[in-house]
Ligand binder design. Structure first.
Ligand SMILES: [Zn+2]
Length: 239
Protein backbone atom coordinates (compact mmCIF):
# COMPACT_ATOMS: atom_id res chain seq x y z
CA UNK A 1 0.00 0.00 0.00
CA UNK A 2 1.24 3.48 -0.76
CA UNK A 3 0.37 6.83 0.71
CA UNK A 4 0.77 9.85 -1.56
CA UNK A 5 1.28 13.19 0.14
CA UNK A 6 0.68 16.21 -2.07
CA UNK A 7 1.92 19.75 -1.73
CA UNK A 8 0.96 22.54 -4.10
CA UNK A 9 2.80 25.65 -5.14
CA UNK A 10 2.71 27.91 -8.17
CA UNK A 11 3.74 26.93 -11.69
CA UNK A 12 2.60 27.96 -15.15
CA UNK A 13 -0.44 25.94 -16.06
CA UNK A 14 -2.34 26.32 -19.30
CA UNK A 15 -5.18 24.05 -18.30
CA UNK A 16 -8.50 25.64 -17.48
CA UNK A 17 -10.41 24.14 -14.61
CA UNK A 18 -12.99 21.58 -15.71
CA UNK A 19 -15.79 23.63 -14.13
CA UNK A 20 -14.79 26.70 -16.18
CA UNK A 21 -14.81 24.76 -19.43
CA UNK A 22 -18.03 23.06 -18.50
CA UNK A 23 -19.75 26.38 -17.85
CA UNK A 24 -18.62 27.79 -21.19
CA UNK A 25 -19.83 24.71 -23.03
CA UNK A 26 -23.18 24.88 -21.30
CA UNK A 27 -23.69 28.40 -22.63
CA UNK A 28 -25.80 28.00 -25.77
CA UNK A 29 -24.42 31.16 -27.32
CA UNK A 30 -21.00 29.59 -27.71
CA UNK A 31 -20.26 27.86 -30.94
CA UNK A 32 -22.56 24.84 -31.04
CA UNK A 33 -20.45 23.46 -33.88
CA UNK A 34 -17.35 23.49 -31.67
CA UNK A 35 -19.25 21.72 -28.93
CA UNK A 36 -20.17 18.98 -31.40
CA UNK A 37 -16.65 18.73 -32.77
CA UNK A 38 -14.99 18.40 -29.41
CA UNK A 39 -17.76 16.64 -27.56
CA UNK A 40 -15.99 13.34 -27.09
CA UNK A 41 -12.73 15.05 -26.39
CA UNK A 42 -14.37 17.30 -23.85
CA UNK A 43 -15.79 14.33 -21.99
CA UNK A 44 -12.40 12.71 -21.59
CA UNK A 45 -10.22 15.75 -20.95
CA UNK A 46 -12.13 19.02 -20.38
CA UNK A 47 -8.93 21.00 -20.79
CA UNK A 48 -8.52 24.07 -22.93
CA UNK A 49 -4.94 23.32 -23.81
CA UNK A 50 -5.85 19.84 -25.05
CA UNK A 51 -8.78 21.22 -27.02
CA UNK A 52 -6.42 23.77 -28.56
CA UNK A 53 -4.06 21.00 -29.68
CA UNK A 54 -6.99 19.04 -31.05
CA UNK A 55 -8.23 21.98 -33.12
CA UNK A 56 -4.73 22.72 -34.40
CA UNK A 57 -4.42 19.17 -35.68
CA UNK A 58 -7.78 19.54 -37.41
CA UNK A 59 -6.69 22.82 -38.97
CA UNK A 60 -9.49 24.63 -37.11
CA UNK A 61 -7.58 26.57 -34.50
CA UNK A 62 -7.76 29.92 -36.29
CA UNK A 63 -11.47 29.54 -36.82
CA UNK A 64 -12.10 28.97 -33.14
CA UNK A 65 -9.43 31.25 -31.76
CA UNK A 66 -12.14 33.44 -30.24
CA UNK A 67 -13.66 30.77 -28.06
CA UNK A 68 -10.25 29.47 -27.06
CA UNK A 69 -9.26 32.93 -25.91
CA UNK A 70 -12.53 33.18 -24.02
CA UNK A 71 -11.82 29.93 -22.23
CA UNK A 72 -8.31 31.05 -21.36
CA UNK A 73 -9.60 34.44 -20.20
CA UNK A 74 -12.08 32.70 -17.90
CA UNK A 75 -9.19 30.74 -16.50
CA UNK A 76 -7.01 33.83 -16.12
CA UNK A 77 -9.71 35.86 -14.40
CA UNK A 78 -10.72 33.08 -12.08
CA UNK A 79 -7.23 32.01 -11.05
CA UNK A 80 -5.58 35.43 -11.12
CA UNK A 81 -2.76 33.90 -13.20
CA UNK A 82 -1.65 31.78 -10.27
CA UNK A 83 0.15 28.69 -11.45
CA UNK A 84 0.26 25.39 -9.64
CA UNK A 85 2.71 22.57 -9.20
CA UNK A 86 2.08 19.34 -7.32
CA UNK A 87 4.84 17.56 -5.46
CA UNK A 88 4.14 14.00 -4.48
CA UNK A 89 5.79 12.02 -1.71
CA UNK A 90 5.21 8.29 -1.82
CA UNK A 91 5.34 6.35 1.41
CA UNK A 92 5.09 2.55 1.36
CA UNK A 93 3.10 1.07 4.22
CA UNK A 94 4.06 -2.37 5.55
CA UNK A 95 3.26 -4.70 8.37
CA UNK A 96 6.38 -5.40 10.40
CA UNK A 97 6.49 -9.04 9.28
CA UNK A 98 6.42 -8.01 5.61
CA UNK A 99 9.79 -6.30 5.89
CA UNK A 100 13.16 -7.87 5.14
CA UNK A 101 15.09 -9.39 8.03
CA UNK A 102 17.63 -6.57 7.70
CA UNK A 103 14.94 -3.90 8.11
CA UNK A 104 13.20 -5.78 10.94
CA UNK A 105 16.53 -5.97 12.77
CA UNK A 106 17.18 -2.25 12.26
CA UNK A 107 13.72 -1.35 13.57
CA UNK A 108 14.29 -3.56 16.62
CA UNK A 109 17.52 -1.69 17.28
CA UNK A 110 15.68 1.64 17.02
CA UNK A 111 13.05 0.41 19.49
CA UNK A 112 15.78 -0.70 21.90
CA UNK A 113 17.37 2.74 21.68
CA UNK A 114 14.24 4.27 23.24
CA UNK A 115 15.37 2.77 26.55
CA UNK A 116 18.49 4.96 26.42
CA UNK A 117 16.57 8.19 25.91
CA UNK A 118 16.88 10.96 28.47
CA UNK A 119 13.38 12.41 28.36
CA UNK A 120 12.37 13.46 31.90
CA UNK A 121 10.41 16.48 30.63
CA UNK A 122 8.38 15.07 27.76
CA UNK A 123 8.43 11.36 28.64
CA UNK A 124 8.49 10.96 24.84
CA UNK A 125 11.30 8.56 24.08
CA UNK A 126 12.63 8.31 20.56
CA UNK A 127 15.16 5.81 19.29
CA UNK A 128 17.05 5.84 16.00
CA UNK A 129 19.24 3.17 14.42
CA UNK A 130 21.43 3.67 11.37
CA UNK A 131 22.73 0.87 9.18
CA UNK A 132 25.97 1.90 7.52
CA UNK A 133 27.30 0.59 4.23
CA UNK A 134 30.07 -1.21 6.14
CA UNK A 135 27.46 -3.21 8.07
CA UNK A 136 27.86 -1.31 11.33
CA UNK A 137 24.70 -0.24 13.14
CA UNK A 138 24.84 3.03 15.07
CA UNK A 139 22.14 4.07 17.53
CA UNK A 140 20.92 7.29 19.11
CA UNK A 141 18.14 8.51 21.39
CA UNK A 142 16.68 11.88 22.27
CA UNK A 143 18.56 13.79 24.95
CA UNK A 144 16.54 16.48 26.68
CA UNK A 145 17.75 19.41 28.76
CA UNK A 146 16.17 21.69 31.38
CA UNK A 147 17.04 24.46 28.92
CA UNK A 148 14.80 22.86 26.30
CA UNK A 149 16.51 24.03 23.07
CA UNK A 150 19.80 22.56 24.28
CA UNK A 151 18.45 19.03 23.89
CA UNK A 152 18.75 16.98 20.72
CA UNK A 153 16.54 14.56 18.79
CA UNK A 154 17.39 10.87 18.48
CA UNK A 155 17.83 11.10 14.71
CA UNK A 156 20.43 13.86 14.87
CA UNK A 157 22.20 12.24 17.83
CA UNK A 158 22.57 9.08 15.74
CA UNK A 159 23.40 10.87 12.48
CA UNK A 160 26.13 13.02 13.99
CA UNK A 161 27.58 10.06 15.85
CA UNK A 162 27.64 7.98 12.66
CA UNK A 163 29.21 10.79 10.63
CA UNK A 164 31.82 11.50 13.30
CA UNK A 165 32.78 7.87 13.89
CA UNK A 166 32.60 6.80 10.23
CA UNK A 167 33.17 10.03 8.27
CA UNK A 168 33.73 8.29 4.94
CA UNK A 169 30.94 5.74 5.17
CA UNK A 170 27.53 6.16 3.56
CA UNK A 171 24.26 5.33 5.27
CA UNK A 172 22.29 2.36 3.99
CA UNK A 173 19.10 2.86 6.01
CA UNK A 174 17.69 4.71 9.02
CA UNK A 175 14.98 3.44 11.40
CA UNK A 176 13.03 5.50 13.94
CA UNK A 177 10.70 4.43 16.77
CA UNK A 178 8.93 6.35 19.54
CA UNK A 179 7.63 5.30 22.96
CA UNK A 180 5.42 7.16 25.43
CA UNK A 181 2.99 6.35 28.23
CA UNK A 182 4.38 2.86 28.55
CA UNK A 183 4.08 1.76 24.92
CA UNK A 184 5.26 2.30 21.38
CA UNK A 185 3.11 4.52 19.22
CA UNK A 186 0.51 2.89 16.98
CA UNK A 187 1.10 5.44 14.20
CA UNK A 188 4.65 5.92 12.95
CA UNK A 189 6.38 9.07 14.13
CA UNK A 190 8.30 11.12 11.56
CA UNK A 191 11.51 13.12 12.04
CA UNK A 192 11.21 16.85 12.74
CA UNK A 193 12.20 19.40 10.11
CA UNK A 194 15.65 20.04 11.56
CA UNK A 195 16.45 16.31 11.51
CA UNK A 196 15.21 16.04 7.92
CA UNK A 197 17.67 18.78 7.01
CA UNK A 198 20.50 16.74 8.54
CA UNK A 199 19.35 13.63 6.67
CA UNK A 200 19.41 15.66 3.46
CA UNK A 201 22.97 16.83 4.06
CA UNK A 202 24.19 13.27 4.58
CA UNK A 203 22.21 11.98 1.59
CA UNK A 204 23.82 14.66 -0.60
CA UNK A 205 27.23 13.91 0.85
CA UNK A 206 27.09 10.21 -0.11
CA UNK A 207 23.84 8.89 -1.58
CA UNK A 208 20.21 8.76 -0.55
CA UNK A 209 18.83 6.01 1.69
CA UNK A 210 15.46 4.69 2.92
CA UNK A 211 13.89 5.85 6.18
CA UNK A 212 11.78 3.40 8.20
CA UNK A 213 9.21 4.82 10.60
CA UNK A 214 7.97 2.34 13.18
CA UNK A 215 4.40 2.08 14.45
CA UNK A 216 2.72 -0.90 16.08
CA UNK A 217 -0.08 -0.75 13.48
CA UNK A 218 2.17 -0.14 10.46
CA UNK A 219 5.67 0.71 9.32
CA UNK A 220 6.09 3.58 6.88
CA UNK A 221 9.01 3.38 4.47
CA UNK A 222 10.20 6.41 2.54
CA UNK A 223 12.47 4.99 -0.15
CA UNK A 224 14.56 8.16 -0.15
CA UNK A 225 15.19 10.45 2.79
CA UNK A 226 14.97 13.47 0.46
CA UNK A 227 11.31 12.64 -0.16
CA UNK A 228 10.64 13.76 3.42
CA UNK A 229 11.91 17.27 2.68
CA UNK A 230 10.63 18.55 -0.68
CA UNK A 231 11.60 22.09 -1.75
CA UNK A 232 14.61 21.83 0.49
CA UNK A 233 17.55 24.12 1.11
CA UNK A 234 20.83 22.47 0.13
CA UNK A 235 24.35 23.40 -0.93
CA UNK A 236 23.10 24.40 -4.39
CA UNK A 237 20.79 26.94 -2.75
CA UNK A 238 23.82 28.91 -1.58
CA UNK A 239 24.63 29.74 -5.20
ZN1 LIG B 1 14.37 16.07 15.12
Amino acid sequence: MQLVLKNCCSEKNLHASSSTVKNVYKNKTYYPELRTLTKNFYICSRKVFDISVFLTRKGLKTRYMGVLNTLLTHKTNKKNTMEQKTIETKISVYRFDELSEEFQNLLSKAKAQCENAYAPYSNFRVGAAILLENGEIVGGSNQENAAYPSGLCAERTAMFYANSQFPNTAIKALAIAAWTNGKFLAEPVAPCGACRQVLLETANRFHDFPVLLYGTDAVYVAENSKDLLPLNFAKESLG
